[in-house]
Ligand binder design. Structure first.
Ligand SMILES: NC(=O)c1ccc[n+]([C@@H]2O[C@H](COP(=O)([O-])OP(=O)(O)OC[C@H]3O[C@@H](n4cnc5c(N)ncnc54)[C@H](O)[C@@H]3O)[C@@H](O)[C@H]2O)c1
Length: 346
């Protein structure tokens, strides 16, 4: 499948690399208003560079576009690519408003092409382990989830669109928290009720919460406690915990590890095991976090090929991208009204 990548920054470079590493895909173009950025992504290949997506969409045989540009550019580019009949994988967050995401979903429905969202946390080794444990039934029926994602503040941002509303769509929930929201949706099938409180008392960026604490509910009433923060003194970290009738499983980063505790029946001995992902720890010490991101992007790309053939995969759909933004928006509404917000089931 022939691909164009739009936006050749930190993430776009890795997206371009993931395409070049896959024998079933070919990078034919990279779009960036900064020519040097696009040139870096295509170096040593026959792919062309562009400063404008419209021209790139005319490349012969082009079938798919990966949108890894700044968030405020997503909607226009996703819609243009879909209208040109291309499959699209768009980086998270899909859009900066619920309405923007809805317009992208409508364009996907009109085109009949695939729209997927780049929630690559689904592919982190500790999350894959947790997902497998939950799906295997090893910890029994799930009773509740605990989810947390955070970093230590505004020094993590290089440009305004990454954290200043309205371009960013909000604060911690739209940034580090959006992956965690998606993991709740991924593990439970969906989230249909949201109650929460978002605040910006510490960093005081207008419209961008530095903390959001919320409760989500799945369609069958399974609750999730959720916390997204920009004020985590320890620095970037996240965890997901699933608690079942017969045990619990945790996925943690950083360092990347899993904890699994199981008990066959009440009163029976508990089995506890840790799984440390030493390969990830060592590789990241030597090559940084982007080396792990690249591996997740390679897996996402393989699933994107499957999804575009109509197969069921672990990849987040366009609807999942919309849902994560809708959940953040519901927390804002709940903060304002002091009431839970019901979402329309999918
Ligand atoms: N999946 C993840 O874990 C993850 C992590 C970080 C960022 N992201 C997402 O990836 C996307 C890009 O983030 P980044 O950190 O690479 O940003 P970045 O600032 O490093 O790069 C953005 C690039 O886009 C280019 N650009 C600017 N306007 C453009 C336009 N209109 N069209 C095309 N290109 C344009 C810039 O010149 C730059 O090269 C965002 O959607 C962001 O939310 C995802």
């Amino acid at each position: 499948m022939k691909f164009v990548v739009v936006g050749a920054g930190t993430i776009g470079q890795l997206r371009a690399q993931s395409i070049r590493l896959n024998p079933a895909t070919e990078l034919v173009g990279v779009v960036d208003p900064v020519p040097a950025a696009a040139e870096r992504a295509v170096a040593g290949s026959t792919a062309r560079t562009f400063t404008d997506l419209r021209t790139a969409l005319e490349l012969p045989g082009l079938e798919a576009v990966i949108v890894s540009s700044p968030l405020p550019a997503h909607e226009e580019q996703v819609v243009a690519a879909l209208e040109a009949g291309k499959h699209v994988l768009c980086e998270k967050p899909l859009g900066n408003t619920v309405e923007s995401c809805q317009r992208m979903l409508a364009a996907a429905a009109r085109s009949g092409k695939t729209l997927a969202t780049g929630f690559n946390h689904r592919y982190y080794p500790s999350v894959k382990y947790l997902t497998e444990v939950v799906r295997s039934g090893k910890i029994g029926a799930i009773d509740h989830l605990r989810i947390f994602g955070a970093h230590d503040g505004l020094h993590n941002f290089r440009t305004d669109w990454q954290y200043k509303a309205p371009a960013s769509g909000g604060g911690a929930m739209m940034d580090v928290g959006i992956h965690m929201t998606d993991l709740a949706v991924h593990l439970l099938g969906d989230v249909v009720e949201v109650y929460g409180v978002a605040s910006n008392r510490i960093l005081q960026v207008p419209g961008s919460e530095d903390n959001a604490v919320a409760i989500f509910k799945s369609p069958t009433g399974i609750p999730v406690t959720y916390h997204a923060a920009w004020t985590e003194w320890k620095g970037y970290r996240w965890y997901v915990e699933a608690y079942g009738e017969k045990g619990m499983v945790r996925a943690y980063y950083a360092p990347m590890f899993n904890l699994l505790i199981t008990q066959e029946r009440p009163g029976a001995p508990r089995k506890k095991s840790y799984q440390f992902h030493f390969d990830v720890m060592v590789r990241e010490k030597l090559k940084g976090w982007t080396s792990t991101a690249l591996l997740t992007f390679q897996e996402e790309l393989r699933d994107f090929l499957g999804m575009s053939r109509g197969e069921r995969t672990n990849l987040a759909t366009g609807f999942d991208g919309f849902r994560a933004v809708e959940i953040a928006s519901a927390v804002y509404r709940s903060t304002r009204d002091g009431q839970p917000v019901r979402l329309t089931p999918r």
